[in-house]
Write a protein that binds this ligand. Structure first.
Ligand code: SF4
Length: 307
């Protein structure tokens, strides 16, 4: 996120800069996890927007976590010069395995000398107490830990419609158990879900804030190839939101989000090879600039509508 955006929004980059006194860059790692919405525990088709072709079970030749971070550190040094790294377990459900395998993978990331912590992306139905206790143990050793929970919507009708495989109550339970232990939670929300508009997004934000969260990640819904959503889109049953509507909704939600909440991401895209719609989400920087311009033009700040 740009410097200008951080004048209006509490971005993760700004937050880490303040915490560590220097830039910290997030490096994604793929540990070859699967997902209960894929492997049959909850379902086999996955969420309606999740690309089936990109689902690759664990591969013997996958580089180790340490090797992935090492490769990422070289790229980061070239792009931003940041020396400190946050290892982001991103692909699929990164707490969905035996506790000893999780420990081995997280330990490997934290062994890298540039890594100051881990950010672990997962589903609310995959964080038993033993996993939370493992994550807390890293925090107790002075490591930074973020638990990233994919909620997407607080409306169970929407969660059912997108075949999410968990309900809102499951998110509430997971978030409370994590935060009671002192873990930081970043909640992922998708804008433009089928049947949802600004009022749904506002109500989901209000509910998430009532439960308590430490960070938010906002994302437009993408239609990508080989998904149920792609069939709905082709049949005219789903229309993606416009770029202008997306920017309007993000700005609206930012103004309703207290300043202490860390904004991890305000937009996102999919690989060009699989993206069907909306075409505008390919232009990540244009979208971020649009959000920044709207915030600046209105002299808005994150949280300025909070009572
Ligand atoms: S939870 Fe994530 S990985 Fe699993 S099906 Fe849904 S989007 Fe795909």
């Amino acid at each position: 996120m740009s410097l200008t955006l951080s004048q209006h929004v509490h971005t993760l980059g700004q937050h880490l800069l303040q915490q560590f006194g220097e830039r910290v860059h997030k490096v994604s790692v793929d540990a070859g996890f699967t997902c209960p919405n894929r492997d049959g525990r909850n379902g086999v088709g996955g969420c309606s927007f999740c690309n089936n072709d990109s689902f690759v079970p664990d591969q013997a030749d996958r580089p180790s976590i340490y090797a992935q971070i090492e490769a990422g550190s070289v790229a980061v040094a070239r792009i931003s010069g940041a020396r400190k790294l946050l290892a982001y377990f991103q692909a699929y459900t990164n707490t969905y395995d035996a506790i000893e395998r999780l420990r081995a993978l997280y330990d490997q990331a934290l062994m890298h000398p540039q890594v100051i912590g881990i950010s672990v992306g997962t589903r609310p139905d995959c964080v038993p107490d033993a996993v939370l206790d493992l994550l807390v143990s890293y925090q107790e050793k002075g490591r930074l830990v973020w638990l990233e929970l994919g909620l997407q919507s607080s409306f169970d009708t929407t969660l059912q419609r997108i075949y999410r495989g968990h309900d809102y109550a499951c998110y509430v339970d997971a978030t409370r158990r994590a935060r009671q232990r002192g873990l930081k939670v970043c909640t992922h929300l998708i804008l433009g879900l089928p049947g949802e508009g600004l009022e749904h997004a506002r109500l989901t934000l209000e509910r998430v804030l009532d439960v308590g969260t430490d960070g938010l990640k906002l994302h437009p819904l993408h239609v990508v190839k080989a998904t149920r959503l792609a069939y709905e889109w082709r049949r005219g049953e789903y229309a993606p939101m416009s770029e202008a509507d997306y920017i309007d909704q993000v700005v609206d939600l930012l103004r309703r989000t207290p300043r202490e909440i860390v904004m991890h991401r305000l937009t996102g895209t999919a690989a060009r090879s699989i993206l069907l719609a909306p075409a505008w989400c390919e232009h990540k920087w244009r979208v971020l600039n649009g959000i920044t311009q709207r915030m600046a033009a209105g002299s808005y700040q994150q949280g300025d509508l909070v009572g």
